[in-house]
Ligand binder design. Structure first.
Ligand code: MF3
Ligand code: CO
Ligand code: CO
Length: 282
């Protein structure tokens, strides 16, 4: 397997004028969010719709993963699907990100820019899609094999999903936010996987990234307590080797320093009265 290299990026895709844009579009970045992360029922109801479209967009896009298909083609499929459902692809124009999805292959941890690289047999492909509709975001990611995936990569992907699922099951009102990182770290350690610390989960609702940080490792100094109505992502990135990362000169593409492979899964959840509800449900 040769290292992933940058390929040409296609021109910006357009979004029908009838689809409302998030407030950061046309600006260098979003305004700092200063409101609460606990959200009222009407916001959560709207997040169910944005989340459903984001989850369906991943499923639709992933159907097209095959050797020879470019990540730009996957971006086009997702872009059309999201717009057809009256939503805006939240990453397009977010802090200057040029595409509607993040497509991160093999040692690319996250924030891969879709480009003209044809997928190869054995690639580990992460598709991260966020949709904005009715003033709220739904953010999710999943890892897929292209063609025949080697056993180590397949195990990494399955266990990264399991780490996320276990963290979601551990979410209960009254517990500490840190239960999420504690559960993920304990599970990842069983297999000797690296846990990426440079990128985290986050509060998500009317803001794409609210400022609240959700760690995927144990940090007992975090004293935030889970409360019903809190809306966050859980999005562990686990690596076969070192979790240390650097960013390409494009300012976006995050890769492992040792070029070891990375898997990621992400859901948007809301804390309920007795656990958590996944809002990015197809
Ligand atoms: N969806 C990513 C996340 O999980 C964020 C992508 S921001 C981008 O938080 F600008 F890289 F697209
Ligand atoms: Co996220
Ligand atoms: Co995401």
């Amino acid at each position: 397997m040769s290292p992933i290299q940058p390929y040409p990026v296609s021109p910006l895709r357009s979004v029908p004028a009838s689809i409302p844009r998030p407030p950061y579009i046309g600006h260098l970045g979003p305004e700092t969010y200063t409101g609460p992360d606990v959200q009222p029922p009407d916001v959560i109801e709207r997040m169910r719709e944005a989340g459903r479209i984001a989850a369906q967009a991943i499923a639709e896009t992933a159907r097209h993963i095959a050797p020879g298909v470019t990540t730009d083609e996957l971006d086009a499929i997702a872009h059309e699907f999201i717009c057809d459902h009256g939503a805006y692809p939240s990453t397009l124009g977010y802090r200057g990100f040029p595409k509607s999805i993040c497509a991160s292959v093999n040692e690319v941890i996250c924030h891969g820019i879709p480009d003209a690289r044809p997928l190869e047999d054995g690639d580990l492909v992460k598709i991260d899609i966020t949709c904005y509709k009715n003033g709220v975001h739904g953010d999710n990611c999943a890892s897929f094999g292209c063609g025949d995936l080697d056993q180590a990569s397949a195990d990494l992907a399955a266990r990264t999903r399991e780490a996320m699922d276990r963290a979601i099951k551990a979410v209960k009102p009254g517990r500490q936010l840190n239960v999420i990182g504690r559960v993920i770290e304990a599970y990842a350690n069983r297999f000797g996987y690296g846990i990426v610390r440079d990128y985290t989960g986050h509060g998500v609702h009317t803001a794409f990234h609210s400022g609240l940080i959700v760690l995927h490792h144990d940090e007992p100094r975090v004293k935030t307590v889970l409360e019903p109505g809190l809306t966050i992502t859980i999005e562990p990135m686990l690596t076969l080797g070192s979790p240390r990362s650097h960013v390409w000169e494009d300012g976006w593409t995050v890769v492992t320093d040792d070029l070891s492979r990375c898997a990621q899964f992400e859901q948007t959840i809301v804390v309920t009265n007795d656990g958590a509800e996944i809002l990015t449900t197809p």
